[in-house]
Design a protein around this ligand. Sequence first.
Ligand code: SF4
Length: 166
Amino acid sequence: MLSIIDVIEDTTVDGPGFRTAIYAAGCPNACPGCHNPESWDINRGRAMSTDELLDKVMSDDFANVTFSGGDPMFQPEGFTELARAIKTRSGKNIWCYTGYKFENILNNPRQAAMLNYIDVLVDGKYQQALRDENLLFRGSANQRLIDVKASLKRNKVVPFEYNPFL
Ligand code: SF4
């Protein structure tokens, strides 16, 4: 079971193209200026099963998927199971937003398992002083768009290069 704040279908803001965005409840990061402080308490979410979320994702043939929050890495087992099921059933790409840094996730086996099914990780806490509205798909300049597969392969952070024409 996962604790979920909301599921928004066909959003275009949390990654490229149309996406099914799943907003996790629960976040330990307490970033000043957080866009969604009501998501911090994991008990404020609705309990949803992996199957229920998978059905929602699969009901849209064209939308890709974004995990956001809250912080999906705060419920790593549930989101890993969901991401694995999505990848088993489809070719959908998965973006994941998290306040944890890639390097720290790698050192936490509970969280690192999810990386095997994530295409792009947007990492790092939101920092109000580095806020920039012109940044693509992220709120502050310290946050990184990371190509997870390439990063795992080369054992170093490889930035994701967004090409709007692909
Ligand atoms: S990681 Fe995101 S949801 Fe959590 S406190 Fe920071 S901005 Fe808010």
